[in-house]
Design a protein around this ligand. Structure first.
Ligand SMILES: Cc1cc2nc3c(=O)[nH]c(=O)nc-3n(C[C@H](O)[C@H](O)[C@H](O)COP(=O)(O)OP(=O)(O)OC[C@H]3O[C@@H](n4cnc5c(N)ncnc54)[C@H](O)[C@@H]3O)c2cc1C
Ligand code: HEM
Length: 401
C-alpha cells in the first residue's frame, strides 16, 4: 500500500506523468542503454529501433500508480499483469539487483522530462511506487525461478535434434538438453526464450511457445520467419534460426515460463488461433489427447491460406484421439482447400459449449475481434485466456486487448 504522504502526491502528478510517458521512455532507454551498451544483448534491438515496446515499462509503472491511488485497474488486473511480466522477466533471466539500476534510470528520466515539477516529495512518492511494484515482481520472480530449479545460471544448453518444415516460412526445431538430462517440465501454453548470438551483432533473446505436449524427452518450438515489409529489415532471430540452425547445432534456452497455461480439468475447451499463434494450441491439444481424451475440444484456426497453415497434421492427429472434437478453419485465400471457410474468421460461428474455457492466440486485432464476439455471446473474461506474441501495453487508462 502507498503511504499516506505519497498518495496525494501521486494523485496530483499522475496526469502529467501519463501525458509524458513517451518522452520519459525515450530518455530512460537512451540514457540506460547509452551508458550500459551491454544491455543491448538483453533488450530487443528491433523493438528499440521501432520504438514498439518502449513505453511498456514506464507505462506499467504509471498504471500501477493509478491502481494504488484507486483510479486505475482492479486488483485482479494487477495480479494478471504482475504474473505476465514476472514470467517474461524470468524467461529473460532478469536478476533482482538489476531493479536498482532500472529504477535509477527511470527516476532520472522523470526528472529530466518534468524538470522543476519533480520536487523531493514528488521524487520520493514515485520512488515508492516503483519499489512497491518492483518488490511484487522480484518476489514472484524468485518463486518462479525456484520452481524452475534456477539458482545462478538461468540458461540451458540444448542440441537441435531435428528441424521439420511445417508450412511456408515455418519450421519446427526439436531440442534436447545438451547434457543428456531430461527436458524441463512445463505446462502446455508456455514458452521458452531462445538466446541467439548473431555474428557481429551480439546476443538477442526471443520467446517461442512450445508446440508439443510435455513429454520429458525433448522440447519443440515452431518458428515463423518474419519478413520485413515496406523497406523494414527481416526479423533477426527468426531469420537466423531459419537460415543458420539445423540438426547438431546448439541453442541456449531459458526454462519454460508463461502465464497462459492450460487448466487441467474437464471443462469443454475452445482453442482459437490465427497464423503462428497455433503453436501453444498444438501443445494444449497434444496434452489433452494424451491425458484426457474424453475432454470436449473445439479447435478454430484462421490463416492466410493452406500453404501458411502450420501444424495442421498434428492438430488432426491429436484431434482424432479425442472422443469429442470439432475443427473449424478459415482461409483468406482458400485456393480450393477442402473443408475450409473462405475469408476472415466469424466469431459468431465458433461452437461454444456451456462453461467452455477459451484459449486465444494470434495478432492483437484478431484477438480483439474474437474477444468482442465472445463477450456478445456471454463469455466473460474469466473464461478467456490469451497470449500476445509481443508486448501487452498496460496504461493508466486501461487499453483493451
Ligand atoms: C510469449 C511469446 C511467444 C511467442 N511464440 C512464438 C512462436 O511460437 N512462433 C513464432 O514464430 N513466434 C513466436 N513469438 C514471436 C517471437 O518471439 C519473435 O517476436 C519473432 O520471431 C520475431 O523476432 P525476430 O527477431 O525474427 O524479428 P525482429 O528482428 O524482432 O523484428 C520484428 C519486427 O520489427 C521490424 N524491424 C526491426 N528493425 C526495424 C527497423 N530498424 N525499422 C523498421 N522495422 C524494423 C521487422 O521488420 C519485424 O517486422 C512469440 C512471442 C512471444 C512474446
Ligand atoms: C518495476 C520494474 C519493472 C517493470 C514495471 C517492468 C515492466 C515490464 C513490462 C510491462 C514489460 C513488457 C512485458 C510484455 O512483453 O508484455 C517488460 C519487459 C522487459 N523487461 Fe521489465 N520491468 C521492470 C524491471 C525490469 C528490469 C529490472 C529489467 C532488467 C534490466 C527489465 C528488463 C526487461 C526486458 C529485457 C523486457 C523485454 C522487452 C524488451 O526486450 O524490450 N525489466 N518489463
Amino acid at each position: 500500500m502507498l503511504s499516506a504522504t505519497s498518495a496525494p502526491v501521486i494523485d496530483a502528478t499522475l496526469p502529467v506523468v501519463a501525458d509524458h510517458l513517451p518522452a520519459i521512455s525515450d530518455v530512460f532507454y537512451d540514457t540506460m542503454l547509452g551508458e550500459n551498451p551491454d544491455l543491448l544483448n538483453l533488450f530487443s534491438r528491433s523493438a528499440q529501433a521501432t520504438g514498439r515496446q518502449r513505453s511498456a515499462l514506464a507505462g506499467a509503472v504509471a498504471a500501477f500508480a493509478s491502481h494504488l491511488v484507486g483510479t486505475g485497474s482492479a486488483a485482479e488486473v494487477v495480479d494478471h499483469v504482475v504474473e505476465r511480466i514476472a514470467h517474461r522477466h524470468c524467461a529473460l533471466g532478469i536478476r533482482p539487483e538489476q531493479y536498482t539500476m532500472v529504477g535509477r534510470y527511470l527516476m532520472g528520466a522523470v526528472r529530466t522530462v518534468l524538470g522543476d515539477a519533480v520536487t523531493p516529495a514528488v521524487a520520493a512518492a514515485w520512488d515508492e511506487v516503483y519499489w512497491l511494484f518492483a518488490a511484487r515482481l522480484i518476489g514472484r520472480e524468485a518463486r518462479l525461478f525456484a520452481e524452475a530449479g534456477v539458482r545462478d545460471d538461468p540458461w540451458l544448453e540444448a542440441t537441435v535434434v531435428s528441424r521439420i518444415p511445417e508450412a511456408d516460412d515455418t519450421v519446427s526445431f526439436v531440442l534436447a538438453p545438451a547434457d543428456g538430462g531430461p527436458a524441463p517440465a512445463f505446462r502446455p501454453g508456455q514458452y521458452v526464450t531462445v538466446a541467439v548470438d548473431l555474428p557481429g551483432e551480439g546476443r538477442q533473446l526471443r520467446q517461442y511457445s512450445l508446440s508439443q505436449a510435455p513429454t520429458g524427452g525433448t522440447l519443440r518450438i515452431t518458428v515463423r520467419r518474419v519478413r520485413g515489409t515496406g523497406g523494414a529489415p527481416d526479423g533477426v532471430v527468426s531469420g537466423f534460426l531459419h537460415d543458420r540452425v539445423g540438426p547438431g547445432d546448439r541453442l541456449r534456452l531459458s526454462r519454460p515460463y508463461g502465464d497462459l497455461a492450460l487448466r487441467d480439468d474437464d471443462t469443454p475447451l475452445v482453442l482459437v488461433s490465427a497464423g503462428v499463434g497455433i503453436t501453444p494450441m498444438a501443445s494444449m491439444l497434444d496434452h489433452v489427447a494424451r491425458t484426457r481424451p474424453e475432454r470436449d475440444v473445439t479447435v478454430v484456426h484462421a490463416d492466410r491460406g493452406p500453404d501458411r497453415h502450420a501444424l495442421l497434421a498434428d492438430i488432426r492427429s491429436h484431434g482424432s484421439r479425442l472422443r469429442s472434437f470439432r475443427h473449424l478453419v478459415w482461409y483468406e485465400n482458400p485456393g480450393g482447400a477442402a473443408g475450409a471457410q473462405p475469408g476472415l474468421l466469424d466469431p459468431d460461428l465458433i461452437p461454444l459449449e456451456p462453461r467452455a474455457e477459451v484459449y486465444l492466440c494470434g495478432p492483437v486485432p484478431f484477438m480483439q475481434l474474437v474477444r468482442a464476439g465472445l463477450h456478445r455471446r456471454g463469455v466473460n473474461d474469466e473464461r478467456i485466456h490469451y497470449e500476445v506474441f509481443g508486448s501487452e501495453q498496460w496504461r493508466p487508462t486501461p487499453v483493451a486487448v
